[in-house]
Write a protein that binds this ligand. Structure first.
Ligand SMILES: Nc1ncnc2c1ncn2[C@@H]1O[C@H](COP(=O)(O)OP(=O)(O)OP(=O)(O)O)[C@@H](O)[C@H]1O
Length: 591
């Protein structure tokens, strides 16, 4: 269920934009080319009024003289402007796209290092939206806003200087108007910033609902909740619209105010200019150049007022991305990791381990838990829901560190080892097999990326998966589709087993699927599992009678502790938890 989680107050300091610079500064050549284009384009724009001034003062009143040079000059300016604009556009946009690609890759790389806690505490849809929406904002900042800002700053400053040289008195008057323009920008800009943040949060809510409904479409339809979902979405969409409307309104007022004030003051100044022309103090060409330049400066200031809002939005986006980049993994190798013994035995032990999930600190998922599994041993774990069975498997892979006690693989405490070295000794067959949107080959190779086709077929053969793989329309090349929608439950399980076989690790963690398969499918899976377990230490969360029967030892867990252990035969005779569970869980317990 998506609730709109209260967002902690975020600091949206302009300082966050440093992140963008950090990524952009890797491309000094492109920055230089963009700057060159920018400077030439601004210079050419500023040269246009002076061209007109000459045309008007000299070109039109030169009696019978050649007017061509003045137009040559103007045409040259146009050519420079066109070329420089193209240059600026290409390099600035290139930088925008490049920086976004780099930021996305860097954030993604960091996400891959984080422990499960992070993903329990942050909505996946929100993280995804940071990677897409926030990075798009950054693209806009680098690809548009910064260059718009610089161009307009150059135009405004250059224009003002030129105005001074043309008519100092008039320019002085013009400058008096500037504070009248700046103050509303600052006041409204602050308001706009708050509104942008609110509006972006509403958009994130919409995204979260979309992601949730799309992934649960069948559930929505099966429970007949289409109308409710539609209303819920409608409410979120409207909230986003209303937030956007308020933001747009403020921006509209701000823009109109700025433009009105700028052009208003220009008009008043022009009035004074007209008086000066009438009295012969200024030429017609000068006043024309003054009007055009004044227009350019006004336009530049107007554009700068927009830039401020965009930069604030960019700072917000950069801030959130910086947080993701700065997130450190809870689980990391120590400075000097203990090297695991060269011979991988597949020994696993838990010594007085107590553990609580970070998001559920009130419950001990494991409570002073001790278990030693010898190389080659097969241990079946049973117990009621919530007993801590899956937690064992999580801790063995060091997705979390225990509160107290020690987990060891091949005798090395996991805290002292490099997690990736530990995981390299483990093969995992989860209850729900994840099938990636990739080819069958790549899905199998997830177990070991350097496996060749001969390895893959051998594993598939042993996992009873070869037959259905061969029947796929394009063999191993066949695209499995999102979530492997084309595979049956039994086929997925066998694919997972093939993956684990390819991994060829000494320690096998198995979470048996609970969903029932038909007898034939069941037999194929069971048969494949038996082959997978040969010569490996296995911990299996057991849901099938065949599994517990085959186990060297069964441990019965309840509330994070071992309450009974032994073989199926012995435990069945006791009237303890196992006997009770077995009666409920294993349908054909009578045999
Ligand atoms: N990711 C998690 N975050 C918070 N609490 C969790 C998490 N996973 C499990 N728990 C809690 O830890 C306890 C042990 O859960 P665990 O999943 O290990 O039980 P289990 O024996 O595997 O149960 P089941 O047979 O239902 O899968 C339970 O109280 C459970 O609610």
């Amino acid at each position: 269920m998506v609730e709109s989680t209260p967002t902690p107050p975020r600091r949206r300091k302009m300082g966050n934009l440093a992140l963008i610079w950090h990524f952009a500064s890797r491309y000094p050549g492109h920055i230089a080319m963009a700057a060159l284009g920018l400077i030439f384009a601004a210079g050419a724009t500023l040269a246009i009024p002076s061209g007109f001034r000459r045309v008007i003062d000299k070109g039109f009143i030169a009696d019978g003289g050649d007017v061509s040079p003045y137009f040559h000059y103007l045409l040259m300016i146009v050519v420079v402007l066109a070329l420089a604009t193209a240059l600026r556009f290409y390099f600035v946009s290139w930088l925008g796209e490049r920086v976004v690609a780099d930021v996305r890759a860097a954030v993604h790389r960091n996400l891959l290092t984080l422990a499960p806690r992070f993903f329990e505490e942050n909505r996946p849809s929100e993280i995804a939206s940071r990677l897409t929406a926030d990075t798009s904002v950054i693209e806009q900042i680098v690809g548009t806003t910064v260059s718009v800002a610089l161009r307009n700053i150059l135009l405004a400053l250059g224009g003002l200087i030129y105005l001074f040289t043309l008519a100092p008195k008039l320019t002085g008057l013009l400058l008096l108007g500037i504070p009248v323009v700046i103050v509303p920008i600052i006041v409204l800009g602050r308001r706009l910033r708050l509104m942008s943040r609110y509006s972006q949060d509403r958009i994130a809510d919409v995204g979260a609902i979309i992601a949730e409904t799309l992934s649960a479409m069948k559930i929505v339809q099966a429970f007949g909740q289409e109308d409710r979902e539609s209303r819920r979405f409608g409410t979120a969409v409207d909230a986003a619209f209303l937030a956007a409307r308020r933001r747009i309104l403020v921006r509209a007022v701000m823009t109109s105010l700025v433009i009105g004030l700028v052009f208003g003051s220009v008009t008043l100044v022009m009035w004074q200019g007209a008086v000066d022309v009438a009295s012969g103090r200024l030429s017609g060409g000068t006043i024309a150049a003054f009007v055009i330049t004044g227009g350019l400066v006004a336009g530049a200031l107007g554009a700068l007022s927009e830039v401020y809002g965009d930069l604030l939005r960019g700072a917000g986006a950069a801030g959130r991305l910086a947080e993701l980049l700065a997130e450190l993994p809870d689980i990391a190798p120590p400075a000097v990791p203990t090297i695991l013994p060269a011979v991988a035995e597949g020994r696993l032990s838990f010594d007085n381990v107590t553990f609580r999930y970070p998001t559920r600190p009130e419950i001990k998922a494991l409570d002073d838990f001790t278990l030693t599994v010898s190389p080659g041993e097969m241990v079946a774990v049973v117990g009621p829901s919530g007993a801590g069975k899956s937690t064992l498997i999580q801790l063995a892979q060091r997705f979390y560190d225990p509160e107290t006690g020690t987990v060891r693989v091949d005798g090395v405490p996991l805290r002292e080892a490099d997690p990736s070295a530990v995981r390299a000794r483990i093969a995992m067959v989860p209850q729900e097999t994840v099938i990636f949107a990739a080819s069958a080959r790549d899905n199998l190779r997830y177990g070991r990326w350097d496996a060749n086709d001969a390895d893959i077929w051998a594993a598939a053969e042993a996992a009873n998966a070869a037959e259905f793989l061969r029947d796929l329309p394009q063999g191993l090349e066949t695209f499995m589709g999102e979530g492997g929608a084309r595979l049956s439950g039994g086929q997925r399980q066998r694919l997972a087993i093939a993956r684990a076989l390819l991994r060829n690790a000494p320690l096998l963690l198995l979470d048996e699927a609970t969903s029932a398969l038909d007898a034939e499918s069941e037999r194929l899976v069971q048969d494949a599992l038996e082959r997978l377990m040969v010569g490996r230490t296995t911990i299996v969360i057991a849901h099938r009678l065949a599994t517990v029967r085959a186990a060297d030892r069964i441990i019965v867990m309840d509330r994070g502790r071992i309450v009974e252990q032994g073989t199926h035969e012995r435990l069945s005779l006791d009237s303890g938890l196992y006997a009770r569970l077995a009666r409920l869980q294993f349908d054909n317990i009578a045999d």
